[in-house]
Design a protein around this ligand. Structure first.
Ligand code: NCD
Length: 510
């Protein structure tokens, strides 16, 4: 474990080690305050908290101090030069330069911790990054705290057999996103999701479970062993009407708690707002069962975060090799036909159109990008100009051509030696935007080749993330990266904000 950016980066084995370590720390903490033997005195952790926080920041601070780390922090953008417009990347670099071994970052920008980790790795700093909550995306250490608490009540080996229910704002709560990913990772099979229909959890978090019930009916939680309530994230709503309609809609009170399983535990990452929060605070002392364990979660967060800090610190010191992040799009080409220019011309004899005009296949060289969907010709032309320079290529755009296969199409002819093959990011973007129908005809050294671009695995640089809150829309050094998650469905996942998008949603950066 070298950093914690998303639940997706963890394995069940790693989580088990964290829980065992945290349990050991808990025992030690009862006996002594001296953890100096675990961490050399120079170790330093920095808390960069751009968004408000009580528990996450204070518990990381407490955990770091128990371990003997030096701690410094930014509390809110106004506490730093961020308020003067400095980038988060430069802010984080400063902390690395001042000697931080670990940065814990909380920001409203999704993907910010992952981006910062990559920038620091690239620049050769050995600082590790922990995601303390990034917008609506992830809150991985809260999920670890939650399952550490669940494991204490039900035992690690029983986790897969539990029925876990979530209640409240499941769309914009990052905690439910990380909790669901962790539940899936640990083999949980049965999930109940109770929320207003307007704030259901995104589809990607629901896959991989055997039984999922999604409902507006509180009673669907009755067979749950664990119920996790989540705050309506009012600060994230731009649609005030939507906020008004979901606010205070689900609330565990004296009137409905008896509907829940008596042996269940009720959790909440907190804050539980005093005005209409998800749990009536008067139930905190409720004795009849189910049991409300929200403050135990906070107690458990200290040994858990101590274990995370000490483990990341020692593993980071052992190896600070280069990161394995894709720095170039992954694309493959398939040559579907190859022949000499002469053979090619012979084959063309008698056909009405002169495909390669103005290029003479026997003497010149060039490329034709064919079967571009109508309207995409200009997009591809602009992308080529962005990549190669405005006047570097002699291009001829032919729009609205009749096509036997596709009705209408655009075509682009490029004269001369165009090193399209070396521009992997560009070809990946073209292939994703235009689909697998695109064929490329190449004339070079008196050879003719017909080439298809295979569906790319990663697409870097040329496509804009549609999420206005994604770090790639805010940080000048950020380069977009999409993982082609479901190539057949043409759905990609942003490598930073982790949201999924269809092809239609993606626009080129021109
Ligand atoms: C949560 C958060 O910030 O995502 N709180 C926490 O870290 N304990 C939940 C919330 O704000 O609703």
């Amino acid at each position: 474990m070298r950093h914690i950016l998303s639940v997706n980066d963890l394995t069940a084995e790693e989580i088990k080690i964290v829980f065992e370590g945290a349990a050991e720390i808990e025992k030690l903490r009862c006996n002594s305050r001296n953890f100096g033997s675990l961490i050399p005195p120079v170790a330093k952790t920095s808390l960069i908290f751009i968004e408000p926080s009580t528990r996450t920041r204070k518990s990381f601070r407490e955990a770091a101090e128990w371990l003997g780390f030096r701690v410094d922090e930014i509390v809110g953008a106004q506490d730093s030069s961020l308020v003067k417009g400095e980038s988060l990347a430069d802010t984080a670099r400063m902390f690395s330069i001042y000697g931080s071994n670990i940065l814990v970052i909380r920001a409203d920008i999704e993907g910010a911790p992952r981006f910062i980790q990559e920038i620091l790795d690239r620049d050769g700093y050995s600082t590790a990054v922990i995601n303390g909550g990034d917008g609506i995306n992830q809150h991985p250490t809260q999920a670890l705290v939650d399952f550490f608490t669940i494991a204490k009540y039900f035992q690690w080996e029983n986790i897969p057999n539990l029925t876990i229910g979530f209640l409240g704002d499941l769309e914009t709560s990052r905690v439910v996103h990380s909790d669901l990913e962790l539940a899936r990772l640990l083999g949980v099979k049965k999930i109940r999701l109770v929320s207003a229909p307007e704030v259901r959890v995104q589809a990607k978090y629901k896959s991989g479970f055997q039984e999922i019930v999604e409902s507006e009916d509180f009673k669907e939680l009755r067979d749950c062993d664990v119920i996790i309530a989540l705050r309506v994230q009012k600060e994230r709503y731009v649609d005030r009407a939507k906020l008004e309609s979901v606010k205070g809609r689900f609330r565990i009170t004296a009137a409905n708690i008896h509907l829940l399983n008596k042996r269940a535990i009720i959790m909440h990452p907190l804050p539980n707002p005093k005005d209409g929060g998800e749990i009536d605070p008067r139930l905190y002392s409720y004795g009849g069962g189910p049991r409300i364990v929200v403050h135990e979660q906070v107690v458990n967060s200290i040994p858990l975060r101590m274990q995370i800090l000490s483990q990341i610190y020692s593993e980071r010191r052992q190896k600070s090799e280069n990161s394995d992040v894709a720095t170039e799009s992954v694309v493959c080409y398939d040559i579907i036909h190859e022949e000499s220019a002469r053979e090619y011309l012979k084959r063309q004899e008698g056909k009405s159109r002169d495909f390669f005009r103005p290029i003479n296949p026997e003497t010149g060289s060039g490329i034709i990008i064919d079967h571009l969907p109508l309207g995409q010709g200009i997009v591809v032309k602009n992308l080529l100009q962005k990549s190669f320079g405005k006047n570097a290529l002699l291009t001829h755009l032919i729009e609205n051509v009749r096509s036997g296969k596709y009705g209408k199409k655009d075509m682009l002819i490029i004269e001369g030696d165009c090193l399209l093959w070396q521009e992997k990011d560009l070809t990946a973007a073209i292939s994703f935007l235009c689909g697998s129908r695109v064929t490329i005809h190449v004339i070079k050294d008196r050879m003719y080749r017909k080439v298809r671009i295979m569906k790319p695995l990663f697409i870097l640089r040329f496509l804009r993330c549609p999420n206005p809150n994604c770090v790639t829309r805010h940080e000048p050094e950020a380069v977009t990266r999409f993982f082609n998650k479901f190539p057949e469905l043409e759905i990609v996942e942003c490598g930073y904000c982790e949201r999924e998008f269809s092809r239609e949603e993606l626009q080129p950066i021109i």
